[in-house]
Write a protein of this length. Structure first.
Length: 465
């Protein structure tokens, strides 16, 4: 403890000298002593000097300690005050304590040790009182300024304190809420109420949603936090903090409705796109049937088959569960999307039943817009394999591998078919299908490598992000 600054107010200079001597005998603390013989002299000195404690004689000539304490406590509730009284005046000193003094000493019984103990204990009590006052002020600030309703209740459900937000929430005055208690504001038919009471009794805490009732009888949902505590008398009390979540519930309901409407619109758009693709496919094949030139017929049939394959790819993407999760251009699992896509592409070919497919697809994610491009590339490459790799054979093998290394993904499509001419220059390829693959790879920021040995091996590398 640092310097303890004391102001002595006593109309007897001799008594002041005696008290100063007592302080000089206390060697384990550093005291700084000021003194005056009247409150009139001390009043200005007291203000703004930061005294640790006042020692005030009860009889001061022009006034009494009762007057001094009463005046000080109008503006200062903190500074400790000890009254010094003559023998036999204890009842008078006790009256002064009731108006704000902290302790009293009988003048003829004062000793250095008694003075030391009285001062230190009084300062300690004052510090505790100040800490308690600050704590109460903080609590009162939170209590009064909170936008949430705060209620303090007893275990029997009676309410003894509410804030203004509670009055606004329940459309009742504080007196009305206290009068009706918790039974008047909680909807007793709420199915969650029994569980809330059980948890509160078992743990002393509860956090969840309950239904409450306003004065008009309107029910509303409230998010509540309940906790038990002991008051200064040791009684068990309960604090309830309630937040009206009516608007949040309304917004959630509107969002759910909008999501349902979005799904309906999405399904309608999907249906129309599929129909349009079917129309394009049919028109291309009808046009091919009117032609006699074989190259033109094959070109239209190839175009029609590509439209059909794109329709399969689009339908797969739409129906993917991950698509719904990633609808706002997020990410889709490669494993769940590509594995079944490959099966559907192969099943569209007459020779699909003779082909065995081995899949080694790791589970990593690709951006939604990139997975569509990747699907188009895979569709084109597998289509070429199914059309040309297994001619004149009664069985075939396709191996699909996909993995992630660092920031790049790799995709390998390999078959055990007849292979392709190693002299083919991919950079200057004339095949429409492979030219399309080359073009689509730019969207993936990817590369392609083609090898032909015991079949064809096509290796792709791209960035999935």
């Amino acid at each position: 403890m640092g310097t303890i600054k004391i102001l002595i107010i006593d109309d007897s200079p001799d008594d002041i000298i005696l008290i100063r001597r007592h302080f000089q005998s206390i060697v384990d603390y550093n005291f700084e002593i000021d003194s005056d013989t009247s409150w009139t002299e001390s009043r200005e000195k007291f203000t703004g000097n930061g005294y640790s404690l006042l020692l005030v004689d009860y009889m001061l000539g022009e006034c009494t300690a009762f007057d001094v304490v009463s005046e000080i406590r109008k503006t200062d509730e903190i500074t400790p005050i000890i009254i010094i009284t003559g023998q036999g005046n204890e009842h008078i000193a006790a009256d002064v304590i009731r108006v704000g003094a902290d302790d009293y000493l009988i003048k003829n019984e004062i000793s250095p040790e008694m003075l030391r103990v009285a001062i230190l204990s009084t300062i300690k009590r004052s510090s505790h009182r100040e800490a308690l006052r600050e704590s109460e002020e903080r609590y009162r600030l939170v209590f009064d300024s909170s936008n949430d309703a705060i209620l303090l209740t007893s275990l029997d459900g009676s309410v003894y304190k509410v804030n203004e937000s509670a009055c606004r929430m329940f459309k009742r005055s504080e007196h009305e809420i206290k009068q009706i208690g918790l039974n008047g504001i909680v909807n007793n038919s709420d199915s969650e109420l029994a569980a809330a009471l059980e948890e509160g009794n078992r743990t002393g805490r509860f956090h969840g949603e309950l239904t409450y009732i306003r004065k008009s009888g309107e029910s509303f949902p409230g998010e509540v936090s309940i906790s038990r505590f002991k008051d200064s008398y040791g009684n068990i009390r309960t604090s309830m903090i309630i937040r009206d979540v009516s608007e949040r519930k309304k917004a959630e309901k509107e969002i759910q409705q909008l999501l349902k409407e979005k799904d309906i619109i999405l399904k309608e758009v999907h249906h129309r796109i599929k129909n349009n693709m079917n129309v394009i496919y049919s028109l291309l094949h009808l046009q091919a049937d009117t032609l006699k030139e074989q190259p033109a017929v094959l070109a239209l049939e190839d175009a029609g088959n590509r439209v059909l394959s794109m329709m399969v790819l689009y339908d797969k993407l739409y129906r993917s569960y991950d698509f719904y999760q990633a609808y706002d251009f997020k990410k889709i699992s490669v494993m769940s999307y590509l594995s079944s896509l490959v099966d559907e592409i192969i099943s569209n070919f007459p020779n699909g039943k003779i082909v065995k497919v081995i899949k080694r697809i790791s589970d990593f994610e690709v951006k939604t817009e990139k997975i569509q491009t990747l699907g188009l590339i895979i569709n084109e490459l597998i289509t070429n394999i199914m059309k040309y790799a297994f001619k004149g054979r009664d069985r075939g093998l396709i191996t699909i591998s996909a993995s992630m290394t660092g920031t790049k993904a790799s995709l390998i499509i390999q078959d055990d078919g007849i292979g392709i001419d190693n002299s083919i220059d991919f950079e200057n390829i004339t095949s429409f299908g492979l030219r399309m693959v080359k073009f689509l790879l730019k969207d993936l920021d990817g590369t392609i490598r083609i090898q032909s040995e015991k079949g064809t091996k096509i290796s792709l590398e791209f960035k999935p992000e």
